[in-house]
Design a protein around this ligand. Structure first.
Ligand code: DGT
Ligand code: CA
Ligand code: CA
Ligand code: ZN
Length: 574
């Protein structure tokens, strides 16, 4: 699956064309094509040019480039465009708050071609010499610099997973490869990953490492040895491959999955038992030559020999999982197949792209029992939020859909803004008519902690509000969470029975794992939501479930594992 890599190429081309002052329609066409390819369910490799061109938004130019990319692993025009600008300018473009036009101004007038030079210029107060760079913009840029420095080298889990899928297909197809699995933070399901780690067992390691470094979408080989390769992919993501002997695959997988902290704690436990654990296996301390492994073929064997229950990768952060495993009280983690529905979704009535009918169809094909169709409320004008009159019309449409769909229960919902003063964006008599009300903060992000907390608390006091969405408001790499008092919110949620959402949008993953675990421990309900704005985005449920698993969440802790009769009962009890 080369789609994500090709999408990254197109999106960078859009940026470069914009830098060149190319006409905006061409720039937009590339941006649009990148978005389309990114979520295309079909592999571009398996599509003809005609197939591609039959998709709305993909013309001949893009189809030709897709063909070139599949054949050669690169796009010549992309590389030519790149050569026109210094590498540093490209990294400048990734700073939130700096578009291509502003970056170009900085480059042409102040010779700024790297984030470092930008920071210096800001510190020296040289930015406001430029037209259009007022105090506000400057502050925004400096904030953006800090954020992007922290996250620039990390990839969102969702994106990393789709890259990994493509890499695994290739590696598994190489001669002599017995097994290949993802490792590292990706396997643990961390919200962002620094690099992709692949572990593979093969009879002739050198052949694999050679082939791996010669893959078409490798941009640069960073290091290569017979059993270890590090490469940069076309989209600048780093990928590490380790090749090991099948006999110690389990021990190696355990080691390279990490986390480092989990590994250290495991090794301490081994030592206490007179054993030693390494990437090659578990041995007696007395077996100095490490000739006779006690375990190593599978992870299960290693854990068992250490007197432990198998620990799912999502829990391996040294947050109490080893003690829990030793005492046989590991949680029975929720799985995606336990999910029966979703509270928070959008249609094209507000800012989604698919119709109500199509969203319901997609939910049905996921095998869900019930599905709450929502949209934004009136105050969120940029997202075409529904005024009461439109919402009432939609309610009529929804009851039509509910009658037509017998095999999935269609519920009415809304994502209702929690206004700056804590009131909700619809009157109670309208809220009362909705099956599910999801309350959200979309404004006043800069209010002090006390004020934002108060807004959320008062929304939870409203008996119609069933769930609070994306509690922290963060966008990974783009926007910091606003300030709120998590303890007070959890305490209130536990009392009012209001669910707190685990939002599965790749940039949100909000609640995060730590907060979600605190919610569970605090006895408040959780709901895993996709916040889908298109049919494809129902797939984000898997991301929400991963966050839940990292938070030690079991089936019973998540409201949307309830069957329809169970959910009905819950709704009645509110
Ligand atoms: P990342 O890539 O920053 O998101 O995080 P990881 O956890 O994937 O870290 P990475 O890629 O540096 O290494 C992959 C795994 O290899 C890591 O989770 C544990 C193991 N590992 C790497 N270096 C060490 C080390 O120095 N000591 C131990 N015990 N384990 C290590
Ligand atoms: Ca890694
Ligand atoms: Ca690595
Ligand atoms: Zn929202």
């Amino acid at each position: 699956m080369q789609n994500p890599l090709f999408a990254a190429v197109l999106s960078e081309m859009a940026t470069l064309l914009d830098l060149e002052n190319e006409n905006v329609f061409r720039v937009r066409a590339y941006q649009r094509a990148a978005q389309i390819i990114e979520v295309l369910p079909k592999d571009i490799e398996a599509m003809s040019k005609e197939d591609l061109m039959s998709i709305e938004g993909i013309g001949k130019g893009i189809a030709d480039k897709a063909y070139e990319f599949v054949k050669t692993g690169r796009v010549k025009e992309h590389l030519d465009l790149r050569k026109k600008f210094p590498e540093g300018l490209l990294s400048l473009l990734k700073v939130p708050g700096l578009g291509p036009r502003r970056a170009r101004l900085l480059y042409d007038n102040l010779a700024i071609d790297s984030p470092e030079k930008l920071r210096l210029a800001a510190a020296q107060g040289r930015l406001n010499q430029l037209r259009g760079f007022g105090k506000k913009i400057e502050e925004k840029i400096v904030k953006g610099l800090t954020l992007s420095e922290e996250t620039s080298k990390r990839i969102l889990l969702w994106e990393a997973r789709s890259l990994m899928q493509g890499m695994l297909e290739v590696v598994r197809g190489m001669p002599g490869v017995v097994q290949a699995e993802p490792a590292g933070s990706l396997r643990r399901g961390k919200e962002t990953v620094g690099d992709l780690d692949i572990l593979c067992a093969a009879s002739r390691p050198e052949t694999v490492s050679k082939k791996f470094s010669a893959m078409p979408f490798v941009k640069q080989v960073l290091a290569v040895g017979p059993t270890k390769v590090s490469v940069l992919l076309a989209n600048n993501a780093q990928c590490d491959l380790r090749v090991v002997d099948p006999a110690c695959f389990g021990a190696a997988l355990l080691y390279f999955t990490g986390s480092k902290e989990h590994n250290v704690a495991l090794r301490e436990r081994a030592q206490g038992l007179g054993l030693t654990l390494s990437e090659y296996g578990l041995f007696r301390l007395s077996d100095r030559k490490q000739a006779k492994p006690l375990a190593g073929k599978t992870e299960e064997d290693v854990y068992k020999r250490l007197g432990l229950q198998f620990i799912p990768p999502e829990l391996r952060e040294n947050r109490g999982e080893i003690a829990a495993s030793a005492e046989k009280r590991l949680p029975d983690l929720v799985e995606e197949k336990d999910i029966k529905g979703c509270f928070h979704n959008h249609t094209l009535e507000s800012d989604g792209v698919d119709s109500l009918e199509d969203m319901v169809k997609a939910a049905r094909s996921k095998g869900w029992e019930w599905y709450a169709v929502g949209d934004h409320s009136q105050s969120l004008k940029i997202a075409k939020g529904l005024e009461p009159s439109r919402l009432k019309k939609k309610l009529a449409k929804l009851s039509e859909a509910a009658k037509k769909n017998k095999d999935i229960r269609v519920l009415s919902a809304s994502e209702v803004d929690i206004l700056n003063d804590g009131r909700l964006d619809y009157e109670d008599d309208l809220l009362k008519r909705l099956d599910i009300v999801v309350g959200s903060v979309h404004s006043g992000f800069h209010q002090p902690e006390e004020q934002i907390t108060k807004r959320i608390l008062s929304a939870m006091e409203n008996p119609h509000v069933d769930c609070i969405a994306h509690l922290s408001g963060r966008l990974l790499g783009k926007r910091e969470p606003y300030k709120f008092n998590i303890d007070k919110i959890i305490e209130r949620a536990a009392r009012t029975g209001t669910a707190l959402e685990i939002n599965g949008q790749p940039e949100r993953q909000d609640l995060n794992d730590v907060h979600a675990r605190a919610v569970k421990d605090g006895g408040a309900p959780l709901a895993a939501n996709t916040d889908a704005h298109s049919r494809d985005q129902l797939g984000f449920m898997s991301l929400a479930v991963t966050v839940a698993r990292r938070a030690w969440v079991e089936k019973k802790d998540l409201l949307n594992t309830k069957t329809w009769p169970e959910l009905q009962e819950w709704l009645k009890s509110r």
